[in-house]
Design a protein around this ligand. Sequence first.
Ligand SMILES: *[C@@H]1O[C@H](CO)[C@@H](O)[C@H](O)[C@H]1NC(C)=O
Ligand SMILES: *[C@@H]1O[C@H](CO)[C@@H](O)[C@H](O)[C@H]1NC(C)=O
Ligand SMILES: *[C@@H]1O[C@H](CO)[C@@H](O)[C@H](O)[C@H]1NC(C)=O
Ligand SMILES: *[C@@H]1O[C@H](CO)[C@@H](O)[C@H](O)[C@H]1NC(C)=O
Ligand SMILES: *[C@@H]1O[C@H](CO)[C@@H](O)[C@H](O)[C@H]1NC(C)=O
Ligand SMILES: *[C@@H]1O[C@H](CO)[C@@H](O)[C@H](O)[C@H]1NC(C)=O
Ligand SMILES: *[C@@H]1O[C@H](CO)[C@@H](O)[C@H](O)[C@H]1NC(C)=O
Ligand SMILES: *[C@@H]1O[C@H](CO)[C@@H](O)[C@H](O)[C@H]1NC(C)=O
Length: 365
Amino acid sequence: MAERYVLISLILVVFSLSKVATSTSTTPAVFIFGDSTADVGTNNFINETKAKADFPHNGVDFPGSRPTGRFSNGYNSADFVSKLMGFKRSPPPYLALITQQQRLHRRIVQAVNFYGVNFASGGSGLLNETGNFTYVRVIPMAEQIQHFTKIREMIIDARGQESTDTFLSRSLFFLSVGSNDIFEYFGGNGTASDQSFITFLKITYELHLRMLYSLGARKFGIVSVPLIGCCPSQRIHNITEGGCLEDMNLYSHMFFLSIEDMLGQLSLELTDIKYSLGNANEMVKDFMDNPLALNFTEISSACCGNGTNPCSPNATLCPNRNQHLFWDLYHPTQAAAQLAALTLYGGSRRFVTPINFMQLAAATF
Ligand SMILES: *[C@@H]1O[C@H](CO)[C@@H](O)[C@H](O)[C@H]1NC(C)=O
Ligand SMILES: *[C@@H]1O[C@H](CO)[C@@H](O)[C@H](O)[C@H]1NC(C)=O
Ligand SMILES: *[C@@H]1O[C@H](CO)[C@@H](O)[C@H](O)[C@H]1NC(C)=O
Ligand SMILES: *[C@@H]1O[C@H](CO)[C@@H](O)[C@H](O)[C@H]1NC(C)=O
Ligand SMILES: *[C@@H]1O[C@H](CO)[C@@H](O)[C@H](O)[C@H]1NC(C)=O
Ligand SMILES: *[C@@H]1O[C@H](CO)[C@@H](O)[C@H](O)[C@H]1NC(C)=O
Ligand SMILES: *[C@@H]1O[C@H](CO)[C@@H](O)[C@H](O)[C@H]1NC(C)=O
Ligand SMILES: *[C@@H]1O[C@H](CO)[C@@H](O)[C@H](O)[C@H]1NC(C)=O
């Protein structure tokens, strides 16, 4: 089982490299929404936010070994998903692009070097309030979508309505969000039997998707909340038994089931959408059950900060970063993010349902 999985991953690596080298993508652009798992520098532009990663050791394995704002030693899931869609890495953050309006406009008009926008903001969630207290200022999903409407208007101005509709309907809308909502609620005294909060998140998620649909999105690639109870930040609370926080993981599980159900219903009503839902729980479980087969030797403690301290310039840094599952208290390493993206792209229905990202990209209407 584990060996087969590794094999599939390796085949996919080779496949994706050849794809990048030879073909033009059928996906013209990727639009990325969510939290720190997908942020590629949005929060660098928010002076007052406390959710930042624009300092070492973040980025130590990024080209040039520089911090970019990614909460990672290198690339993150937004980058790897973009790569698998045929691009170099994630498109730049919206807040970076709008500092150079004319250049952005030119790129959109000429359809050169414009393959999407990344709106994701570290610390944010599905709810407007999430992250507002803990990190002072983040960009919640509703505001990320407002930013998308501005980009859409620019595309319509440049290319006209019909061409824009086609362009957007073929583009991938990648969403990775929900963990921070659950972190904040749980910290604020949720109990694991509290289905009502998860239902509230589901309804909010649906509203966001309907809004994106009304703006022309048709292909949704969604990642559920991973086993956040297994993050080093949560393991601290179960040191005596050396395990995860099981209540937190139960929330992740409930969230997945809720979102899966919601997407199933939504696609019955909006019959011209296609979607893939990544089951991040199953992915993390697989990493933890078969660590060695996947070349992970350390699945519980963080690489930067050793799992007890936040990652900072003076924190301890592990040498074998490719063998750690966790980069810091909350985030996966580049190696884990890559494996996750490969699984989203080519994985079986245990990991991504009802179709995987490769099938989603290939789908025509
Ligand atoms: C953020 O800080 C920079 C540099 O200190 C400053 O130029 C910029 O105006 C600030 N932006 C906002 C929105 O306050
Ligand atoms: C965020 O916090 C600020 C300051 O406390 C408050 O004024 C604002 O209404 C809050 N926003 C949301 C969406 O909760
Ligand atoms: C969330 O914030 C947006 C503005 O960014 C606002 O339009 C929307 O009504 C808010 N949603 C809720 C549920 O308060
Ligand atoms: C949270 O729950 C604990 C018991 O589970 C209780 O002692 C505490 O007062 C609660 N805190 C708040 C803010 O409600
Ligand atoms: C702590 O970890 C152990 C071992 O994995 C597990 O059985 C236990 O339920 C965990 N405790 C909590 C509070 O999650
Ligand atoms: C990291 O933490 C482990 C225990 O969790 C400890 O054995 C080890 O010495 C620590 N490493 C560093 C470099 O601090
Ligand atoms: C790193 O330095 C900061 C102050 O700059 C300090 O608060 C923190 O404890 C230090 N962390 C470690 C791991 O030494
Ligand atoms: C496993 O990780 C080690 C250490 O980072 C690396 O040298 C090796 O190339 C990796 N092996 C595979 C198959 O990825």
